[in-house]
Structures are given as C-alpha cells and as structure tokens.
Design a protein around this ligand. Structure first.
Ligand SMILES: Nc1ncnc2c1ncn2[C@@H]1O[C@H](COP(=O)(O)OP(=O)(O)OP(=O)(O)O)[C@@H](O)[C@H]1O
Ligand SMILES: [Mg+2]
Length: 336
C-alpha cells in the first residue's frame, strides 16, 4: 500500500504517524515543503533540546540544509514537535557558521581586522556568537550550526573546534571562560556519502568525530517515498500530471543512482527532489514535448558523450519501449 503523508500542523495526524512515516513540514518562505521521516525529526529535535552535538550527514540534495532551515525559519515546525514530545516549547535560535570561510584553526578564535591604519586581532564570528549566547537571558534553545564541515580546507581546521565543542566551560585564548549550559551544536556534511562523489575536501578529524554524540544520516528517500512526495507536491502546486509520469521519473532517478553506485554514469549527478520538481514543472508547462526531451535537459542534461549510450539505454529501459530511433535524434540534439 502506498505510504501516506502526515501534516505537522495537524496534531492528530502527527500523532497517528508511525516512526517511519513521512511528515510534511510547513515550508519556509520561498521554498517547497520538505517531507521527513518522523523518527529523524524527533531524534533531531530532542537532541537539540538536550544540548547534544549532532552530526547530520548525507548525500547532496538530501535536505540537510532545508531541514535545519525548516525547523528554525518556520517556528511552528519546531514547536509542534516539542509539544508532541512533551518538552518545553521554547523558541529555537540557530547561529550559522560557514566553515569554508576559515583558512586556519586560529581563525576560529580570532581574525585580523584593521582600524585607523593598524591591524589587530578581534573575536572571530564564532567566538562573538558564543559570547552573545553566554550573555543572553532569552529562554530559548540555542544551536550553533557549523555549515558544511566537510568543506573546510584541511582537517586541522576541524581540530580547532575541539576546545570549543566541550561540555562545561569553554576556555578562550585570553583565558576567560564561557559557560553555556544546554548549548547544542549541529554540523552538516557529505561524509556519509563519500562513495557518491568528491563532496568533502578534508578527511573527518577523528577526535572531532568523537565529539558528536548524535550522528544522523539523511539518505535519499526510497522509490516509494519519492513517488508519494512528488505526487503530493504536484498536487500542492496544482500541476496536471498523470501518476504514471511521476512513477517513470522516479524510476529513472533510481536507475541513475543504481548505475552511479556501480561506477557508471559518473557525469550525471544523483537526482534530487529539487531536480525532479524542475522536470515536473517543465512537463506541466510543455505538454507538447516528450518526456524524453525533458529528461535530456534535466536529469540527464550533464551526461558526457561517453555516457550517452548508457543514458539512452536507461531511458529506454524506464519507459519500457524501443526508443533507438527517437533517442538517436533527441540525444545529442537537445543536450546529451
Ligand atoms: N525530502 C524532501 N522533501 C522535499 N524536498 C526535498 C527533499 N529532499 C530534498 N528536497 C529538495 O531538494 C533541495 C535541496 O536540498 P538541500 O539543499 O537541503 O540538500 P542538502 O542535503 O543540504 O545538500 P548539500 O549536501 O548539497 O548541501 C531542497 O531545497 C528541496 O527543495
Ligand atoms: Mg546543504
């Protein structure tokens, strides 16, 4: 039986959902709603509220950033889960830190600044944030978000976090202490997707890895889950699309991932819901074009000449028809 989607803002629906069911979060302005497995949502929220150090990993496009955004940029999402779990419903404050902007471990603590023609060291963005949280009287859950921890220039920068991500007092270079009870940390990365590509620039520092007490992997959704999500989104955006087209698109997406995991079709990126949605929009607006035309400028648009044959075979396999003639004219003509 096809899996259902449960709405977070409907308390009775949320309560009815099982641990592996998909919950639709209220969308952040300008973004599409995201659908997340209930157990992942609850582990994430309880970990934030308990001041854990969370590593959220997974392949590109698996909604790591969107999930964190949905929890704090649309406060009703976080509140609904706190209420359902029976924990105090305080606001969530997230402090994003872009890890790729640090060139050395020392910059995590201090950065060079210029005033009146002379240079001096001032607190880094991270230390300024930690000081502000320590002084805050706000009754909120505070979460420091280390964005893209795998994209630092070297593992030594990660090593610089070891003395900041501590339980108890944080000791700063000038020997002052910061006490921030209950502070939670979250880092997102593609480490759990290493086989999928070269999305990380530094190997994960072992000592830092040990600091993370909760390790969540957000993988791609199953074929059935992706189908239900796309059908749901097509309905939300009032796209007039036959169910079978959605199934064919997801089928192609999964075949691409399967081939990539076997070392083939490396020029074609793993499909994501984001990519599928663009394809659905094109299909809904250009009904006179064939699905093959649209595959070739979306999911398969990056196929290199060497991968063209394999791409053709996949499309043919997915649509279950002999497409040699048609594909020979379309592929290469429209994009691959
Ligand atoms: N489960 C989902 N439900 C709805 N939309 C999704 C889902 N997963 C991914 N998306 C869509 O894919 C887009 C990309 O997701 P996002 O940027 O959050 O991925 P990411 O895991 O942070 O990727 P990266 O590792 O490249 O930073 C989102 O904006 C969203 O539109
Ligand atoms: Mg991201």
């Amino acid at each position: 039986m096809m899996q259902q989607v449960f709405h977070i803002e409907k308390k009775s629906e949320y309560e009815k959902a099982g641990a592996t069911d998909l919950i639709r979060l209220i969308p952040v302005l300008g973004a599409n709603p995201i659908y997340v497995v209930k157990s992942i949502l609850e582990i994430l929220v309880i970990s934030i509220c308990s001041g854990e150090k969370i590593h959220l990993s997974g392949p590109t496009g698996s909604a790591k950033s969107s999930l964190i955004n949905a929890l704090y940029m649309e406060p009703k999402n976080f509140k609904a889960i706190c209420c359902a779990l029976g924990i105090p419903c305080r606001p969530l404050k997230v402090y994003p830190i872009e890890m790729a902007t640090f060139d050395s471990p020392g910059e995590l603590y201090q950065r060079r600044a210029i005033r009146d023609g002379t240079t001096y060291d001032e607190d880094s963005v991270l230390v300024s944030i930690l000081k502000a949280i320590a002084q805050s009287n706000e009754d909120a859950y505070h979460l420091v978000h280390l964005r893209e921890i795998g994209r630092v220039h070297s593992a030594s920068i990660q090593g610089g976090l070891l003395d900041l991500m501590v339980d108890g007092s944080i000791v700063l270079p000038d020997s002052s202490h910061l006490d921030i009870p209950g502070l939670a940390w979250i880092a997102d990365s593609n480490y759990q997707a290493e086989a999928d590509g070269t999305y990380v620039l530094a190997t994960f520092d072992d000592a830092l890895k040990r600091r993370f007490t909760v390790n969540l992997t957000l993988g791609y959704l199953s074929k059935e889950q992706e189908t239900i999500v796309l059908l749901h989104l097509a309905g939300e955006y009032q796209m007039n699309i036959e169910d079978q087209v959605v199934r064919d698109i997801v089928k192609l997406g999964h075949k691409i991932r399967e081939r990539r995991s076997q070392g083939e079709l490396q020029s074609v990126p793993s499909p994501t819901i984001y990519g599928y949605l663009a394809l659905l929009r094109l299909y809904a607006n250009l009904s006179h074009l064939s699905l093959i035309d649209l595959f070739n400028c979306t999911l398969l648009g990056n196929a290199s000449p060497a991968d063209t044959g394999a791409a053709k075979a996949l499309v043919s396999d997915c649509l279950g028809i002999q497409l040699e003639q048609e594909l020979d004219t379309v592929i290469g003509g429209v994009g691959i």
